[in-house]
Write a protein that binds this ligand. Structure first.
Ligand code: 6PG
Length: 254
């Protein structure tokens, strides 16, 4: 059963998500001495990354290790780069060793980059133990994709590898993405979704449980993901589905 958190606005969503992430990071660092997080891309997470460095409840940044859920195959200073998004909104503003930041790199080739990232992750687990990630952040496309697990692409059928180069014909481009096995190697998963254009696909996943949609098949070690939505993206959900949701941190009464 997914946990659903609904905030009134994208700004409130970002604040609620940032508080969840920073609180989880502090507790995990206290317990495990580290916090490994895979960051999502696209536009939605920028506000959350900014709130993470501005909240009162800041984790010990030097104990945090940053990976990515997926990457576009573009240079790291390209406007479409998911690494650039996180660097500008968060990483350039916090006291963190460069060695704690592990961007995905397609500069040689998508396949070579995916193999190198796979080795990096396997080596990370060998040296630091499971889980591979304490948290994976994901977004949601209006076609039900998440990370770069797009409908009809090869990466959906991968059962062993944690990282794949994935050709996305719909975009006419290559992506690098974590696979379902990699997501299942994460202790927890959080989806961040905002905007009315996502309301139909949010309903299809959380209420209609449409198994055809890539994001429907996502699960973590602790089970179902946490969904952080704004009112617009949650607008089509049946009130019963939102029953256990919280609004800006206050428990909804139904
Ligand atoms: C990417 C993302 C992708 C994204 C969704 C939602 O690299 O594009 O990882 O999965 O999260 O497409 O994107 P928006 O936040 O821009 O709507």
């Amino acid at each position: 059963m997914s946990t659903i958190h609904v905030s009134d606005t994208p700004q409130a969503l970002a604040q609620a998500a940032a508080e969840f992430i920073c609180s989880l990071a502090k507790n995990t660092i206290r317990k495990r001495g580290r916090f490994a997080i895979a960051l999502s891309g696209g536009n939605t997470p920028r506000l959350t990354y900014e709130r993470m460095r501005l909240t009162d409840n800041q984790p010990e940044w030097s104990r945090m290790y940053f990976f990515w859920s997926d990457e576009r195959c573009v240079p790291p200073d390209h406007p479409d780069s998911n690494y650039r998004l996180a660097r500008k909104a968060l990483l350039a503003h916090i006291p963190i060793p460069a060695g704690n930041i592990h961007p995905m790199d397609c500069s040689t080739s998508p396949e070579a980059g995916a193999e190198a990232y796979e080795s990096l992750l396997r080596g990370w687990v060998a040296a630091n133990g499971e889980p591979a990630f304490d948290l994976v952040m994901l977004g949601l496309g209006d076609d039900g994709h998440t990370a770069s697990l797009f409908p009809g692409t090869r990466a959906l059928d991968e059962h062993e590898r944690w990282v794949l180069a994935n050709r996305v014909d719909r975009l006419g481009s290559w992506r690098m993405t974590l696979t379902y096995p990699a997501l299942r190697a994460s202790e927890q998963i959080i989806f961040l979704v905002q905007g009315g254009s996502k309301a139909p696909v949010v309903k299809a996943i959380l209420e209609e449980h449409n198994s055809e949609l890539p994001a429907s098949a996502v699960s973590a070690r602790t089970g179902s993901p946490h969904w952080y939505l704004d009112a617009a993206s949650a607008a089509l959900l049946n009130p019963a589905v939102r029953h256990d949701s919280t609004r800006d941190g206050q428990k909804n009464d139904g």
